[in-house]
Design a protein around this ligand. Structure first.
Ligand code: ASP
Ligand code: MG
Length: 405
């Protein structure tokens, strides 16, 4: 008998038929004598709808009411699923975030879970009553409803698994698991059987949409083992676990990409101490996350160029921040490009294999794809390319590393 947290995403509970189907998946686990707690997302599209509604009321909709509004999507699915289980003869009840409570800290819209009162959930399970918990919701110390960021019910499930000391957490979704790359752009992509937290974190951060990256980080810190699997098949899915539980037969594990980046270049910046700090301080103060950074070597020790990337949504703000720096920094030109995408390879296997960067760059060169910026970490290499080359770049790299085999 294991203790399991089962989490179902928005497409898995998209309508009442699917909720009835999910109830059957849970019943199977119960029939095998496992102890189960369930976490649900809102029905697919519902959270977006609620956001649209708040915008119709006001461009400046109050944050506290926004969270109370958005959390309602998960409340609906948790009650419907509890009802569906009871229909199958399984005892179940919904436990809203504030009833448990799941306590959060930090700002509305993006709160962080700091504790889950596992006692009530354990008692419920001990009595044979399956707790159905809405993901995404929390309660602040001020007794207000909070939400924990878009896609946050993954993180809810991980936090609950940790507090319940569950054996593992299952993330049920609409794909078979984590793939070597997005099968929509490379049909030869293969499902990954096992991946480390670190690799999964890179994949999720770099654009793989299967799991929210913050939730992977939480799982890694707390060593919560995860199985990502499909609600719509019986296949085994992807196991996310600590690196020492994985044997690497491939140099790289996956290829990820994102198409929501923008590139900013300051041309002709004075080459003197303090310049980089003068540029990045106001970015930090404006909450703009900087990703890749390159500074050219100045030929004459006088002037240099600095390029960095940010999220496309932050481009307008970044431009105005850089304009304000014009007098102080006396740079020549500000260039921006929002038609770029970042393509990355991820794999713990690259630590022990030489020539990985060469292989990646060579693959891109064979398709005459120009690399604009490069950044690396121990287990990833990212390149910035023209957005129109994204698909071809992903395919040629995927092929070069034999990920289709
Ligand atoms: N319903 C929330 C969202 O759409 C949370 C989640 O589904 O994970 O972002
Ligand atoms: Mg989701």
């Amino acid at each position: 008998m294991s203790k399991i947290v089962m989490k179902f995403g928005g497409t898995s509970v998209a309508d009442t038929d699917r909720i009835l189907h999910v109830a059957n998946i849970i019943k199977k686990k119960i029939d095998q004598n496992h102890k189960v707690a369930v976490v649900v997302s809102a029905m697919a599209g519902v959270t977006n709808d609620l956001i649209q509604k708040s915008k119709k009321i006001s461009d400046d909709f109050p944050n506290d009411e926004y969270d109370a509004l958005l959390s309602s999507g998960e409340q609906v699915t948790s009650t419907l699923l509890a009802g569906a289980l009871q229909k199958l003869g399984i005892k179940a009840r919904s436990w809203l975030g504030w009833q448990i409570p799941i306590v959060t800290e930090g700002d509305y819209k993006n709160s962080k879970i700091i504790s889950v009162n596992s006692k009530v959930l354990n008692e419920s399970m001990d009595q044979g009553i399956v707790p159905i918990i809405p993901g995404f919701q929390g309660l602040s110390e001020e007794n207000r409803i909070t939400t924990i960021g878009r896609g946050g019910s993954d993180a809810s499930a991980v936090a609950i698994a940790k507090c319940l000391e569950a054996d593992f957490c299952e993330i049920y979704t609409d794909v078979e698991g984590v793939y070597t790359t997005n099968p929509a752009i490379e049909p030869k992509a293969k499902k990954i059987e096992k991946i480390s937290y670190e690799e999964m974190l890179e994949m999720a951060t770099l654009g793989a949409k299967v799991m929210q990256s913050y939730s992977v980080q939480k799982a890694m810190i707390n060593d919560v083992e995860i199985y990502v699997k499909s609600t719509f098949s019986n296949n085994s899915g992807t196991h996310i676990a600590a690196e020492d539980k994985i044997s690497y037969d491939k140099v790289i594990t996956g290829v990820a990409y994102s198409s929501d980046d923008a590139k900013v270049t300051l041309q002709g910046v004075k080459d003197k101490p303090g310049v980089a700090s003068a540029i990045f301080k106001p970015l930090y103060e404006n909450n703009i996350v900087v990703d890749m950074i390159v500074q050219n070597i100045s030929a004459d020790n006088q002037k240099t160029d600095i390029t960095f990337t940010i999220k496309r949504d932050d481009l307008k703000k970044t431009k105005s921040v850089m304009d304000q720096l014009k007098n102080e920094l006396e740079y020549d030109h500000l260039l921006t490009d929002d038609k770029v995408s970042k393509v990355s390879i991820v794999g713990a296997g690259m630590i022990t294999h030489p020539g990985v960067a060469y292989k990646m760059f060579n693959a891109l060169s064979s398709k005459k794809i120009n690399i604009q910026v490069i950044s690396t970490s121990e287990i990833k290499i990212s390149v910035l390319v023209d957005e129109k080359n994204t698909k071809e770049a992903v395919q040629v790299i995927h092929n070069a590393f034999g990920l289709d085999k």
